[in-house]
Write a protein that binds this ligand. Structure first.
Ligand SMILES: [Mn+2]
Length: 387
């Protein structure tokens, strides 16, 4: 059975000030063409269909168009909700859409109920695990320890129990939206840290033939059987080096996995350039970036006048200007933003405590901070679900 694995469309998301709907529509066209060209048997979409719980109308219309085109192909599709989607909103109409061969899985309670497809070699059970927000689903799964690993492990127990009751030789695929240990993050995924831990070990998914992951936006292979397709488009400059892709997966009669990486269309390349304004305007090696979406980091010791207009004269698609004056690292003027780069909320809060008190938080105080951040994140999720 040949599967096409994609995720993290983030329909409705813009890139800095650029509306990406046109590029997203082009991607949907590309996906439909790829399904035809490669004689795909089923499409799997591993969450973050939309960028927001309440997406703009144009994004909803694009999704509607994608559903119609996928249904017209007559190729079954399985989709799950991600942490950016409102599972409840995305799931509206799922029962009806199901009849068109598009299976939207947004209900955590249905984790152990697969979509069953068949080819000449027998049946393939596809289990769609929507994004599982630990605080919201721990009762459903009867787990006391709140965390991503505990709820995903419980969901996978249901998957394995269902699979064990099927004829031997039944092949299996799991769709999940999670941060799996070993994966590499970028700047455009929303933080899902709970209790100081975001990642779950890949071993949670043992026992199935292929795991189609969503959440991380870079295409990556954790094991032959556990992969991220990544987002079809770059949504931050940290993805400037990504090759945006989908996975074409051949599931053999014995459950073996063959994978081919298919490139997605690139609306405009990304470039990160760094130097003094004069250097950036003069350097001939930067010719190739003149048509790119540019993030320019200016290292001038004194902020130059009118920098955006001047940089845009050479790089008209400059979307981001960063000021990083070259100074000694111990200079107190080294920018606050730079000192915070790469630190999560917990570390910033702990550093703040150390700064005002002279000593960082003890373990009990650190736990109070962690609980507070978890509560805020869970509350945000609840509000989005309730809206
Ligand atoms: Mn995402």
């Amino acid at each position: 059975m040949r599967l096409l694995h994609t995720s993290d469309w983030h329909l409705g998301r813009s890139f800095h000030r650029v509306n990406m709907l046109g590029a997203q529509a082009e991607f949907i066209g590309h996906l439909v063409d790829a399904v035809r060209e490669h004689a795909v048997d089923a499409v799997v979409v591993s969450g973050d269909v939309y960028d927001r719980a309440v997406p703009p109308l144009a994004a909803v219309e694009l999704f509607d168009d994608a559903l119609h085109r996928l249904a017209d192909l007559g190729v079954p599709t399985v989709m799950i909700s991600g942490n950016h989607d409102s599972a409840r909103r995305l799931g509206v109409g799922a029962g009806l859409i199901d009849r068109a061969g598009i299976h939207l899985r947004t209900e955590p309670s249905a984790a152990g109920t697969p979509v069953v497809l068949a080819d000449a070699h027998g049946e393939v059970a596809l289990y769609g695990l929507p994004y599982l927000e630990p605080a919201l689903v721990k009762d459903e799964f009867g787990v006391t320890k709140a965390g991503h690993e505990a709820v995903l492990a419980a969901a996978m127990d249901r998957v394995r129990a269902d699979l064990a009751a099927r004829p031997s030789g039944t092949r299996s695929v799991v769709l999940a939206h999670a941060f799996v240990t070993g994966g590499e993050a970028s700047d455009s995924e929303r933080d899902i840290t709970v209790g100081g831990v975001a990642a779950v070990p890949a071993g949670v998914f043992d026992g199935v033939d292929y795991v189609a992951l969503g959440h991380l936006h870079g295409c990556q292979t954790l094991t032959e059987r556990v992969r991220y397709s990544g987002s079809p488009l770059a949504y931050s400059f940290s993805e400037a080096d990504h090759r945006k892709s989908m996975w074409l997966i051949d599931l053999g009669a014995d459950g073996s996995v063959g994978a081919e990486r298919l490139d997605c269309p690139v609306p405009r390349p990304l470039a990160r350039i760094r130097g003094t304004l004069e250097d950036l305007l003069a350097d001939p090696r930067l010719d190739r970036h003149e048509d790119a979406w540019v993030e320019a980091t200016l290292t001038d010791a004194i902020r130059p006048a009118d920098p955006m207009a001047r940089i845009a004269a050479r790089f008209p698609h400059t979307l981001s200007l960063v000021f990083a004056p070259e100074r000694a690292p111990d200079d107190p003027a080294v920018s606050y933003a730079r000192r915070l780069a790469g630190r999560d909320d917990q570390q910033v809060a702990e550093d703040f405590v150390a700064h005002v008190r002279g000593a960082g938080p003890d373990p009990r105080e650190a736990a109070v901070l962690r609980d507070a951040f978890d509560a805020v994140r869970a509350d945000d999720t609840v509000r989005e679900v309730a809206r």
